[in-house]
Ligand binder design. Structure first.
Ligand SMILES: [Ca+2]
Ligand SMILES: [Ca+2]
Ligand SMILES: [Ca+2]
Ligand SMILES: [Ca+2]
Length: 341
């Protein structure tokens, strides 16, 4: 009897699983191929750029309007501020157009930094009215007040284009508020494959191309794994200007890229210990001398650095200046410079 109940239960389970799968396949369509969608997306985006002009107010807010028949307005596609970046993903070379309305004067964020931005996001979708092609625009999200975003946690199109801009300067006002000047301002036109693709989000239907007007006010360099080395230096070879186009480096091959790995060479010693140096009179009391480092020039804020000190994180043999040296936290045969910690 017991075994009969078991069989019935197991059978019920199988039927349950089977019917779930049936339900799933009948209600959720599989995503469309990326390349097929991109071919349509890029045509829509380029047609939009060809048929619309932009008006920009004193605060760099933008409005895109269809050029009327016979209109003399300059289409976006003819504006000298229009640039594009190619992004390789999904075996496709995506073209991401952006308007560089103002580049900014300060530093640029990398793909692993945090950014303070204000923005307005629009979807553009193509339709037909009285036999004529029209593009509707619809605001799905707006943050007039600046908000912090980690660029490694946002849609890919955003993470690729924001680093093409720079922050500006800022000053504190007597009422406690902060004023920003000369910051980067732009508009990005993102194909759906570098946005939410087949997923629907509030105000965004699947396969929507997105347009963002943004202002890049400020940035914060991130140290995701808190090992004392900024993520921008751990993402790839710091000497490689193309590093953010590649996959991040994983020195010990444990599946955690260096910028998320507290023991980068997998030798059992934490990176934050390996980049420290003991004070001569206090063995075991390491201080973080060798950070922040720059691959070429040592950071002047590093304490205790003078002409006799190594610059940046040294190799196991103490070489602190050769740009291509193997730094000791990436050399699994080297030990931290002190044994007690
Ligand atoms: Ca780090
Ligand atoms: Ca690793
Ligand atoms: Ca690390
Ligand atoms: Ca280590």
């Amino acid at each position: 009897m017991k075994s009969l109940i078991k069989i019935v239960l197991i059978l019920g389970l199988f039927i349950g699983v089977y019917s779930c799968q049936q339900d799933d396949s009948s209600t959720i369509a599989p995503p469309r191929p990326y390349n097929e969608v991109y071919e349509e997306d890029i045509l829509k985006i380029e047609e939009f750029l060809d048929t619309h002009y932009v008006t920009i107010d004193g605060d760099f807010n933008t409005v895109f309007t269809k050029i009327p028949d016979g209109g003399s307005q300059v289409p976006v596609s003819d504006m000298p501020e229009l640039e594009f970046k190619e992004v390789n993903l999904h075996d496709i070379t995506y073209k991401v157009y952006y308007l560089k309305l103002r580049e900014g004067t300060g530093e640029s964020p990398t793909r692993v930094d945090s950014t303070l931005v204000a923005y307005k996001g629009n979807t553009i979708f193509k339709g037909t009215v009285d036999g004529n092609t029209v593009y509707n625009q619809s605001v799905f999200e707006e943050n007039v007040n600046p908000i912090w975003f980690n660029l490694d946690g946002v849609i890919r199109g955003w993470a690729e284009i924001i680093p093409q801009f720079k922050i500006g300067t800022y000053s504190s006002n007597t009422d406690g508020t902060i004023s920003f000047q000369d910051f980067g301002v732009g508009v990005i036109f993102i194909p759906s494959g570098l946005a939410y693709f087949s997923a629907s989000r509030p105000g965004i239907i699947p396969y929507s191309n997105l347009v963002f007007n943004f202002k890049l006010y400020n940035l914060k360099r991130m140290d995701h794994d808190r090992d004392g080395i900024l993520s921008m230096y751990e993402y790839g070879d710091p000497l490689d200007v193309e590093r953010f186009k590649k996959d991040p480096i994983d020195t010990d091959g444990d599946g955690r890229p260096n910028y998320l790995d507290v023991d980068d060479d997998g030798d059992g010693f934490l990176t934050k210990v390996e980049i420290k140096k003991p004070l001569p009179l206090l063995p075991g009391q390491g201080i973080t001398l060798n950070y922040p480092f720059d691959p070429i020039v040592d950071n002047p804020s590093t304490p205790l650095v003078d002409e006799t000190e190594p610059k940046g994180i040294p190799s196991a043999s103490g070489d602190g200046t050769t740009p291509t040296r193997l730094r000791r936290h990436l050399d699994k045969t080297s030990k931290p410079p002190f044994t007690t910690y």
